[in-house]
Design a protein around this ligand. Structure first.
Ligand SMILES: [Zn+2]
Length: 73
C-alpha cells in the first residue's frame, strides 16, 4: 500500500475547483511533503490520481520530495 495520498490546498474564498493545487501528504497527515500545513477537512485523493493532475496544479515542492523518497525507498 502506498503510504501517501493527495490533499487539496484550499484558498480562503476560492470557489473554482480548477484553481486548487494538489499536495502529496503521508496518509492521514495534513502537512504536505513541501512543509505546508493543509486543511484537515480538505479534499483528498489517491496518489495514483497525481498523474492526471495538470502540471500547473501540482505542488512542485511535494512532487520533488515525493520523487526523492520513492527513489530512496
Ligand atoms: Zn506541497
Amino acid at each position: 500500500m502506498i503510504p501517501y495520498e493527495l490533499r487539496a490546498e484550499h484558498h480562503p474564498g476560492e470557489l473554482a475547483l480548477t484553481r486548487r493545487r494538489w499536495h502529496v501528504v503521508r496518509r492521514g497527515r495534513v502537512t504536505g511533503l513541501c512543509g505546508l500545513l493543509l486543511s484537515p477537512v480538505g479534499e483528498t485523493g489517491p496518489l495514483a490520481a497525481w498523474a492526471e493532475v495538470t502540471q500547473a496544479l501540482r505542488c512542485p515542492g511535494c512532487w520533488k520530495a515525493y520523487r526523492g523518497r520513492a527513489a530512496a525507498a
